[in-house]
Design a protein around this ligand. Sequence first.
Ligand code: BT5
Length: 272
Amino acid sequence: GPGFVREAGLSRLEVLDEIDSTNAELLRRAEADPDGWGDLSVLVADHQTAGRGRLHRHWESPVGVAVAVSVVLRPHNAAGRPLPTQSYSWFSPLAALALREALAETAGVEASVKWPNDVVVDGLKISGILAQLAPGAHGAPPAVVLGTGINVGQAQDELPVPTATSLAIATGREHRREDILAAYLAAFARRYRQFCAVDGDPDAPLAAGRGLWGQVEDATITLGKRVRVELPGGQTLVGRATGLDAHGALRVVEEDGTRHSVAAGDVVHLRP
Ligand code: BT5
């Protein structure tokens, strides 16, 4: 309700029955009216008919059992100064941390981050996050539309891939989508404001103590693992994931010692 919107510090929250994609819709609206969709405006849909993942992949969010939510970010510090666009790569991991917190709080579930944009429980994907650039308001830097799909009530045969799970499967009981959504948005807004307050410096300590960089490293199960990384160009890399760089890129060391910083790609965790 409106009380929640105010408390969480959101600009507005709109709920639709059905839309092609909440990200696509917010991108269209931000384009048509860059000033009308301010920082922390939220769009939620009960059902998406053409949800998207990265690289135009399909994202499934069936009616009644999934959360599909997108947020417009026009990041600036308290003095109104825009955040440097290099810091934008941290919004998706920031969202993953917020969801992790929300799942612990509302469902008692321990979730982790799988690089780059998955939230996993028991190694299975419970949520995917998609950040896209939108036009900035009048002369301002680009905005970000940050979308999150969360599997809440699906049974295993309602999920598109065997590597997916839902909150119902992970806990063996039902959960209200509104509770998950409210906890997630509140956690996200809180962390986002902390990050904006330090001008998007991933190393600057936040209220929780450490910088965002360190917090994300701690929550990312990919680190320390042997991985196969499929790069966007089609090449494949096999090695050990050793950490994240200052932009959130994955550091990978191949068996022959060659070092890489991978900005985008798909990761498979391999056996040690
Ligand atoms: C993602 O892409 O994981 C980002 C998903 C973002 C979805 C949100 S929902 C609200 C907003 N509006 C949108 O249109 N999108 C955002 P990626 O890492 O590329 O993963 C996509 C792959 O995940 C697909 O190719 C499937 O294999 C798998 N997948 C599809 N639906 C899934 C689901 N419900 N649960 C788990 N995996 C799924």
